[in-house]
Design a binder for this molecule. Sequence first.
Ligand code: F6P
Length: 195
Amino acid sequence: PRSVWLSRHGESLYNLNGKIGGDADLSPRGHQYAQKLPELVRQSVGGDRPLTVWTSTLKRTIATARFLPENYNQLQWKALDELDAGLCDGMTYQEIKDQYPEDFIARDEDKYNYRYRGGESYRDVVIRLEPIIMELERSEDILIVTHQAILRCIYAYFMKKDQAKSPWMNVPLHCLIKLTPRAYGTDEERWQADI
Ligand code: F6P
């Protein structure tokens, strides 16, 4: 690809309450980010060629992409949905610690391989992202609006970082990242929204 644009969805009501997973709507701040995103994208593209937008199937990514120009094709991928926390979906980290203390420790000790009960591990996510990565490799000008865990894996792939370390990487909210693969490595630029 020439470049790949990456963004987390705007802040969700679950983010506000510290709950993981779920399918919550955007918070008022998250909604502001959605309104701001077309402007950030315009700044980052340099020219007015349209991008193709890939979101997950969850409300918060679709809502984040909804103010992008009409000539941007949009596609929803189930494979871009957030890491499935299984039984822990919708809980706070404190609730997980109280109700599943052994799991909480096991995840901290090996976050890449830990699989939530009835859910997924980061390793599982890396495998389910393979078709996405293949499609990305043969596409141009894709903007991906997805979730923190998913972005960690995609980012590590393009930046040639160790996937096993990616679960600890910080991916800020309300920030647009542009990655441009080059012969010597991948260039990275970021635009942080001031909201
Ligand atoms: O809290 C936001 C979130 O995207 C959750 O939905 C998700 O479970 C979590 O981050 C992933 O981060 P971590 O793997 O660090 O718990």
